[in-house]
Design a protein. Structure first.
Lengths: 112, 116
């Protein structure tokens, strides 16, 4: 079983639409990270959420950490073709080695 | 700052050959580097953790003799895929961390490996 369950796995929408991506777990985390990866490139860190209930905004992207720190969501307002990519949530594993564990990812395609 | 460079970005080779991929931290010293593998439309799977001057720690199911990792300096780690076969074709990504355990990882741009 996956530690982090992301949904949906694939999303194809028109430019201007809103969307939400979810990252869920039954475990509690001290922090959670969101990355975006474009084809042929490495992932780029978008945000780290730390506090339960925390909301962070990055332009049209809104990130929320669940009150119980078990889940997170990423909401994109008025999506643009430049938002196309693979969105990944990630947490540190339990071994205190700093290893990141990634969710399955959400592939987003925004059509012009 | 915190730039990580991978080389080569793309390599094609014949089955049975060995391929070396380099991961360099260009503007910081990386005590720890990580190697990931990613199949098309899938997430990153950690292969191994590499600490400078010591043996790499491999994740369960990753063959140590197949994927040789060397972290000889604070700015360079290498992954050698030995006797590569078509099933080893994948996107390999490294990341580097400056120091403390929960410092951010900085990712390279990946190496696309195609084995014919």
């Amino acid at each position: 079983t996956q530690l982090l369950e992301q949904s949906p796995q694939f999303l194809s929408i028109q430019e201007g639409e809103n969307l939400t991506v979810y990252c869920n777990s039954s475990s509690v985390f001290s922090s959670l990270q969101w990355y975006r990866q474009e084809p042929g490139e490495g992932p780029v860190l978008l945000v780290t959420v730390v506090t339960g209930g925390e909301v962070k905004k990055l332009k049209r992207l809104t990130f929320q950490f669940g009150d119980a720190r078990k889940d997170s969501s990423l909401h994109i307002t008025a999506a643009q073709p430049g938002d196309t990519g693979l969105y990944l949530c990630a947490v540190y594993g339990s071994s205190n080695t700093g290893k990141l564990i990634f969710g399955q990812g959400t592939t987003l395609q925004v059509k012009p | 700052g915190a730039v990580v460079s991978q080389h080569p970005s793309w390599v094609i080779c014949k089955s049975g050959t060995s391929v070396k991929i380099e991961c360099r931290s260009l503007d910081f010293q990386a005590t720890t580097m990580f190697w990931y593998r990613q199949f098309p439309k899938q997430s990153l799977m950690l292969m191994a953790t590499s600490n400078e001057g010591s043996k790499a720690t491999y994740e369960q199911g990753v063959e140590k003799d197949k994927f040789l990792i060397n972290h000889a300096s604070l700015t360079l780690s290498t992954l050698t895929v030995t006797s590569a076969h078509p099933e080893d074709s994948s996107f390999y990504i490294c990341s580097a961390r400056k120091g403390l355990v929960f410092q951010p990882q900085h990712f390279g741009d990946g190496t696309r490996l195609s084995i014919l």
